[in-house]
Structure formats: structure tokens, C-alpha cells
Design a protein around this ligand. Structure first.
Ligand SMILES: O=C(O)CCC(=O)C(=O)O
Ligand SMILES: [Fe+2]
Length: 189
């Protein structure tokens, strides 16, 4: 096994444990959240420096991930990632020995909005290149994604759809905030 395969398989295991913990926080059946046939896309991101006008350039436009969870490794610990909170962009300080976990749209749907996917973007550094690896954790492509309710009185806020259907929709949109998720919301919210 090469080191990328090893990393990928460790991240799969880590995500599985996280999914079980998330299910516990919601008091729902862990098997419903921790999809055993989960798959993963790995993307290596390289952001070259921009010496002339770094403030005018974005490495990655604002978006939320279409995944269940994304595990991010900031390989050379160069700052760039920002998350949107109450309308403001907050820089995330990289830690060389930490993984960053982003909640994706599929987890938002699955938890009926209790875990919200996080809108983020990447800025460019004037002098340093930035390297990161995103591991997008996706439930079984042919499976169904639907809100798991804590009790019968809970109002259903998102549609039930095939994982593949949501991802097709997600990838057919350009990166634009959390717009793709609007399609999954039931009309009254
Ligand atoms: O490079 C980063 O820090 C973030 C990458 C990212 O948001 C993505 O790959 O979706
Ligand atoms: Fe992302």
C-alpha cells in the first residue's frame, strides 16, 4: 500500500468513528448515519502565490462541500482558508499536526439541518504557495439521503433523494455559496 492509499484508508476509518459520534449527539441509530459503503474523493489543491494583487484573487470561490464530511489536511500550514460566519469571513489558522473537519451538505440534509454545512473559501498568499488535501467522504452513491428524525413531531426540512442525484446537481452548479443545497430544501423554509 502506498502512503496515499494508507492515508485514504485511515481517513475512511476516522470518518466512520466521527459519524458514530455524530449519531450519538443526535440520539439516532449510528448505523443510519455511518454508511458502511461510504466512498471518498481525494483532491490535492495547489495554490500558487500571487505577488502582484493577492487581495483580488481567490484560490477557491465561496462554497460548501457536497460531501457528508470533508477531512482537510493543510499540508504546508500556509494560511488561506476562511469560513463564513454571520456574514463575515473568518480566517482559519492552520495547525501542522491537525486535521480539519468540514460539515458537508449531505450531513446537513441527513441531520435535518442540525449540523449545518459550512461555507468557506480560500484566499491566496502573496509570497507562499499553499498545499492542501481534501478528502470528501460520500455515502454510497446509489443510496438514499433523507433527514433522520429524532422524534415523530420533528418537521422535515429537506427532501429525500438519491445521493447520486444530489451530487449531479451539486456538480452542475458553479461554486456559489450554499446554492446547491436550496434544491434539497422543502419549499416552506
Ligand atoms: O484548500 C483548502 O483549504 C480548502 C479546499 C476546499 O475547500 C475544497 O477542496 O473543497
Ligand atoms: Fe471546500
Amino acid at each position: 500500500m502506498n502512503c496515499i492509499e494508507q492515508y485514504s484508508s485511515e481517513v475512511m476509518k476516522f470518518t466512520h468513528s466521527l459519524a458514530i459520534l455524530i449519531a450519538k449527539t443526535l440520539d439516532v441509530d449510528p448505523e443510519l448515519v455511518a454508511d458502511k459503503h461510504a466512498s471518498q474523493f481525494l483532491r490535492m489543491n495547489y495554490y500558487p502565490p500571487c505577488t502582484s494583487t493577492p487581495e483580488k484573487v481567490l484560490g477557491l470561490s465561496p462554497h460548501s462541500d457536497g460531501s457528508f464530511l470533508t477531512i482537510l489536511l493543510e499540508v504546508n500550514s500556509v494560511q488561506g482558508l476562511q469560513i463564513r460566519r454571520h456574514g463575515a469571513w473568518i480566517p482559519v489558522k492552520p495547525h501542522c499536526d491537525a486535521l480539519l473537519v468540514n460539515v458537508g451538505d449531505l450531513l446537513e440534509i441527513m441531520t435535518n439541518g442540525k449540523y449545518k454545512s459550512i461555507e468557506h473559501r480560500v484566499t491566496i498568499n502573496a509570497h507562499k504557495e499553499r498545499l492542501s488535501i481534501s478528502a470528501f467522504q460520500i455515502p454510497n452513491y446509489d443510496g438514499i439521503i433523507s433527514p433522520i428524525l429524532e422524534n415523530a413531531e420533528e418537521k422535515i426540512l429537506y427532501k429525500t433523494m438519491k445521493v447520486g442525484e444530489y451530487l449531479r446537481l451539486y456538480f452542475s452548479n458553479k461554486l456559489e455559496g450554499k446554492r446547491a443545497l436550496d434544491y434539497a430544501k422543502l419549499s416552506e423554509i
